[in-house]
Design a protein around this ligand. Structure first.
Ligand code: GDP
Length: 226
């Protein structure tokens, strides 16, 4: 990967000079309601932290924390773009330009958020045309999938969920077809990024997403050093 692909607001020369363990600026992107705030709350919480006191809230949407991935410490500065979601101006541009890596969230229960993730990926590409900034496409709220239909060869074909997340599915309710794992994977392949399904509600795969991100950042670092 190119050494010029990390554009940082504080260091226009990219990530040269940064310590090997970070801090890495990881940006949460996604439509409103997909779970960005839930993600940052889990990140800011004590779970999986090397030191429960090491999370610093520098601003409303930023949390810096040291975590251990594969026996090596890494510091992540997490930026939650919730407040900038409706702002297509300078705030959005700032996030698009200053992240070292992006978690691109959608909700598996919300196709509009899936489309939004595609739009955001395209916008990201515009800001970083020939660059390979690590991006993970995250299908959140997988706990809401009520049923998966599995084909004979074991591949998931469809999943259904109740439109209402609390009430049980009644005969009168038409189930909404939620996004399948294979749709997420296919989209990630087109986007040239990794994919993971998560549930912030039951804390499933949240840390795997952060750890995967750190691994990608390290791969990028190592390939630059080689
Ligand atoms: P944001 O607008 O992207 O920051 O979304 P929030 O984090 O505020 O989440 C929107 C709503 O979805 C809240 O009511 C959350 O409790 C809920 N939510 C977030 N993640 C999950 C999840 O994984 N599963 C379920 N069932 N609800 C979630």
């Amino acid at each position: 990967w190119s050494s010029s692909d990390s554009v940082r607001s504080t260091d226009s020369s990219g990530d040269a000079g940064r310590a090997p363990g970070g801090p890495y600026r990881v940006v949460l992107l996604g439509a409103s309601g997909v779970g960005k705030t839930a993600f940052s709350s889990i990140f800011a919480g004590a779970a999986d932290s090397m030191d429960s006191d090491d999370c610093e809230l520098c601003a409303d949407e930023v949390c810096e924390k040291k975590i251990e991935v594969d026996g090596e410490a890494a510091t992540i500065t997490l930026l939650d773009t919730s407040d900038a979601e409706t702002d297509d101006g300078p705030a959005r541009e700032h996030y698009m330009q200053t992240g070292d890596a992006y978690l691109l969230l959608y909700s598996v229960t919300d196709r509009a958020s899936f489309l939004r993730a595609s739009e955001l990926r395209i916008t990201l590409r515009r800001f970083r045309p020939a660059q390979h900034t690590p991006i993970i496409l995250v299908g959140n709220k997988c706990d809401l999938a009520r049923r998966r239909e599995v084909s004979v060869n074991g591949e998931e074909t469809q999943r259904f969920l109740c439109v209402d997340e609390v009430r049980p599915l009644s005969d009168m309710q038409v189930p909404t077809v939620a996004l399948s794992v294979s749709e997420g994977r296919a989209c990630a392949a087109v986007f040239d990024c990794k994919f993971i399904e998560t549930s912030a509600a039951v804390q499933h795969n949240i840390w795997e997403a952060f750890h995967g991100m750190v691994r990608q950042l390290r791969l990028r670092r190592d390939s630059k050093e080689a």
